[in-house]
Design a binder for this molecule. Structure first.
Ligand code: SF4
Length: 396
């Protein structure tokens, strides 16, 4: 209620209704003691009239690009040109797409942008590993570049945070802030300074890829298609805790390699480490995997982070042997990077080596993954959490 004075006295103005439309707030008012009439005042709503974010072209497949150019009234071949500039030439602005006329570039730029953005910070390890932080909304996502023995691997994130809340994972402790769109996933691959050197991509960063399957599959298509990056699917590995609907779709639609976060062969133990075991029991995950042939081009591996006194006993060796029997696979043993607030400890290296040898003796190809970047908060989610909490631990 407002009081408004005029020359004839005091009028009481009552706000009756607020309507929001196209950046305008319409205020419906009643003038009580003079005319009893109703009127509408129109006030610009600054938040609504703010320029809308442009749509990112990165992450769009040929059909989507065709729809965009047709909507703009541009020739159909512009879609091909766009894909070429985006994924082969990796430009960062529409202005750089010089075989598209200036007029048409302007038209595209009115509502669209490439969507590439450089990482905000980087932490470099003494072993050459680099952890990049990209801004994603009010949070950060991590991508890790790992140079090693003639390979240059990028570990990318698929979500901002994660819903799965695995006990040993800092990303899980952050909670979930959203899925990364295909543009946000591809941008990590395209915008790290080492982009042109990459030999392998692993989806083992923040988030559960099969909780964001539609965007993941779009990215895998763009990475492996001739119109896109034309990568061999053999050089791409997607790691999951085994969200079965996403796993099934991935196995049917993609030929990229699969890694399953296993960590123990026993359901009850796995449940205490990974709450997702309840909805997606490891035995069902393994049953799904057994329907596919991993003996040729495509590979499946099982990730096994070793926790002292928890999953490193002889019974785990026989349990693994039983669970994985009949699958052509590899087990990667991983050293645990301690995280704040979690009492788990890593199994010492000599015991890991014994565990590895016993698995090999059972006929399972097993390796110990080299620990990289420990001096730059290497565990998944540690650096982005530190950054989110404004802890100054980043080496710029
Ligand atoms: S380990 Fe993977 S699935 Fe589990 S909480 Fe961390 S990011 Fe999510």
């Amino acid at each position: 209620m407002f009081l408004s004075a005029n020359q004839r006295g005091i009028n009481i103005l009552i706000i009756w209704d607020l309507q929001f439309s196209n950046g305008i707030i319409c205020v419906k008012i009643i003038c009580v003691n003079s005319c009893h009439s109703q009127t509408f005042l129109k006030i610009n709503n600054p938040s609504k009239s703010r320029k809308m974010d442009k749509i990112k072209l990165l992450g769009k497949n040929p059909d989507e690009l065709k729809a965009i150019v047709s909507g703009l009234g541009l020739p159909a071949f512009t879609a091909k040109q766009l894909a070429d500039w985006l994924y082969r030439k990796k430009v960062t602005s529409i202005g750089q797409m010089t075989n598209i006329s200036l007029q048409n570039r302007k038209k595209i730029s009115e509502n669209f942008e490439v969507g590439a953005s450089a990482p905000e910070e980087v932490a470099t390890s003494s072993d050459g590993t680099k952890k990049y932080l990209f801004k994603a909304g009010n949070s950060y996502i991590e991508s890790v570049f790992i140079p090693e023995d003639g390979r240059a691997t990028l570990c990318v994130s698929s979500q901002i945070g994660c819903k799965m809340n695995c006990l040993f994972c800092m990303t899980g402790k952050q909670g979930f802030s959203g899925n990364l769109p295909a543009a946000g996933i591809l941008n990590q691959i395209q915008s790290v300074p080492e982009s042109d050197k990459l030999t392998n991509i692993v989806f083992m960063g923040m988030g559960e890829p099969f909780d964001n399957t539609a965007e993941l599959l779009k990215v895998l298509e763009i990475l492996t298609a001739d119109y896109g990056y034309a990568w061999s699917p053999k050089r791409i590995t997607v790691s999951s805790i085994g969200i079965i609907p996403g796993l099934k779709e991935f196995l049917q639609k993609s030929s990229c390699n699969l890694a399953i976060s296993l960590h123990t062969p026993f359901a009850s133990e796995r449940l205490s480490l990974m709450p997702a075991e309840k909805a997606f029991p490891i035995q069902e995950v393994v049953n799904e995997i057994k329907k596919y042939d991993f003996s040729k081009q495509r590979r499946v591996s099982f990730e096994y982070t070793m926790f002292k006194g928890v999953n490193d006993k002889p019974r785990h060796i026989s349990g693994l042997s039983r669970l994985l029997s009949g699958i052509e696979c590899r087990i990667n043993l991983i050293r645990f990077h301690a995280i704040p607030g979690v009492s788990l400890e890593g199994t010492p290296l000599p015991e890991m080596e014994k565990f590895r040898d016993q698995l090999i003796a059972k006929g399972i190809m097993t390796t110990i993954r080299k620990s990289r970047g420990e001096d730059i908060l290497a565990a998944c989610g540690l650096l982005s959490t530190a950054r989110k909490n404004n802890i100054n631990c980043i080496q710029k």
